[in-house]
Design a protein around this ligand. Structure first.
Ligand code: KG4
Ligand code: ZN
Length: 418
């Protein structure tokens, strides 16, 4: 199957507003990607003050961010001449039926509607074949902004939509590897050295994906493109959520994952006077499920019983390191065991927690040591957090799910893979 397709992707499932434009060619077995734009506008600093994501604040920020990001992405992509149809704009009467429908699509996003009418409606349709958008899982107020924005673009430009699962995006993100092509003179001069990516094509089925984010921890068996079976998941807190909660117990900032990691690096076990031991929950359970809430409670009791730990940086670092090791040990052991049982050819890692260095290294090392002939793909550091490039990629691989009509699309906060 030969395909060539330009996808504009939109991701707003949590607290990152992101838009990417990517051009795909070749076959699914031998795909090529040209990333024309990949923009992420993070709201993390805003939510950090509240110690976590505030859904209505996230919704407001997505409404503010999406139009400027789209304009920037279109400019960078050079796919759109972005000509303003002044003539049409002047003749567009307030009761023009197109504008009435646009009003109804974006009626719950008045701020976005205002910006859309001013900056996007006057643009000519760009040279895009499909609009991929994250429809779930995620925070409902955040998801709806992206979904309605995509519906509005689809309606006005007459371009089909590809509803894309956020976790599928994380899953495929591991297949994008940095292409070490030299930047052009023009890029170097403007210090615009954009990362260039290529898609791994020695990717074989069955594959096993370990997806670890703020809301999910899943082991997904993949027997083909879009053929997913969740063989294990967390019974309570997700891995990222556990990092965030333990960071709070240690008086660290949000998001907790990077804070815990940075602190853990400071702890040399041999030189630390604090020898901390935490449990490895469900390490030996026969299934592939996880549980991290007990581990968080173990940290809580440890700090309550040994208040000295909180009084020194090295004490906190010892707890951070042991907690991180406990999470990583369980994630890696279960992934390797499942990979053996299901005789997989590929292991993929994805999600925000995939930024964690010990997890990346231990999973690679364990796969190399225990599983010959299994390729283990770890996402580029810039693609572990939420981004729209992964949504474009998942849409490309799952393109049979195209839905043509904007009325057929809605957000699903609890969407499952498959
Ligand atoms: O995928 P993601 O960006 O958003 C969701 O879809 O949830 O994941 C965010 C999660 C947060 O819980 C954050 O603490 C965690 O990823 N995270 C990390 C690291 N960087 C981000 N966890 C452990 N180590 C890290 N370096
Ligand atoms: Zn995510």
């Amino acid at each position: 199957m030969v395909c060539g397709m330009r996808i504009l992707a939109i991701e707003t499932s949590c607290d990152e507003s992101a838009i990417a434009i990517a051009e795909f060619s070749g076959t699914r077995k031998h795909p090529h990607i040209l990333v024309r734009a990949n923009i992420v506008s993070s709201q993390v600093a805003l939510h950090a003050k509240f110690g976590g994501v505030v859904p209505n604040l996230a919704k407001r920020e997505h409404q503010k961010n999406l139009v400027p990001i789209l304009l920037k992405a279109l400019k960078e992509s050079r796919l759109s001449e972005a000509k303003i149809k002044k003539q049409e704009l002047r003749t567009a009467k307030p009761l023009d039926s197109k504008f009435l429908i646009l009003d109804s699509i974006l009626e719950r996003e008045p701020e976005l509607l205002k910006r859309y009418k001013k900056h996007i409606a006057p643009l000519q349709k760009p040279n895009i074949d499909a609009i991929a958008v994250t429809y779930g899982p995620g925070l409902a107020p955040s998801l709806w902004v992206g979904v309605n924005f995509a519906r509005a673009l689809s309606y006005i430009w007459g371009i089909p939509l590809i509803p894309t699962n956020h976790m599928a995006g994380h899953l495929y993100s591991a297949l994008l590897q940095q292409n070490r092509v030299k930047s052009t003179k023009h890029e170097a001069r403007n210090s615009k050295q954009k990362l260039k990516f290529k898609i791994q094509n020695d990717f074989g089925f069955p594959a096993l994906a370990l997806l670890v984010s703020g809301g999910h921890t899943e082991l997904v068996l993949m027997r083909g493109y879009g053929k997913y079976k969740i063989i294990g998941e967390t019974l309570d807190d997700a891995a990222g959520e556990a990092f965030d909660k333990v960071a709070r117990l240690l008086g660290l900032g949000y998001p907790g994952g990077p804070e815990i990691s940075a602190l853990a690096e400071k702890c040399q076990v041999s030189s630390s006077k604090f020898q901390v031991v935490l449990p490895r929950p469900m390490l030996n359970s026969k299934d592939y499920n996880f549980s991290f809430s007990g581990l968080k409670t173990a940290v809580l009791y440890l700090l309550r019983d040994h208040p000295k730990l909180l009084r020194s940086k090295i004490g906190k670092a010892a707890v951070a390191k042991e907690f991180q090791n406990a999470v990583v040990d369980v994630l890696v052991a279960k992934t390797i065991r499942a990979a053996k049982e299901y005789k997989v050819k590929t292991i993929l890692l994805g999600g925000g927690v995939a930024a964690n260095h010990p997890l990346r290294k231990k999973l690679q090392d364990a796969a190399r040591e225990n599983l010959f002939h299994v390729s283990c793909f770890i996402p580029h550091a810039s693609l572990t957090g939420d981004n729209a490039l992964m949504i474009a990629l998942a849409a490309f691989f799952e393109k049979k799910k195209i839905c043509v009509n904007y009325t057929q699309l809605s957000a699903e906060a609890r969407a499952c893979l498959g």
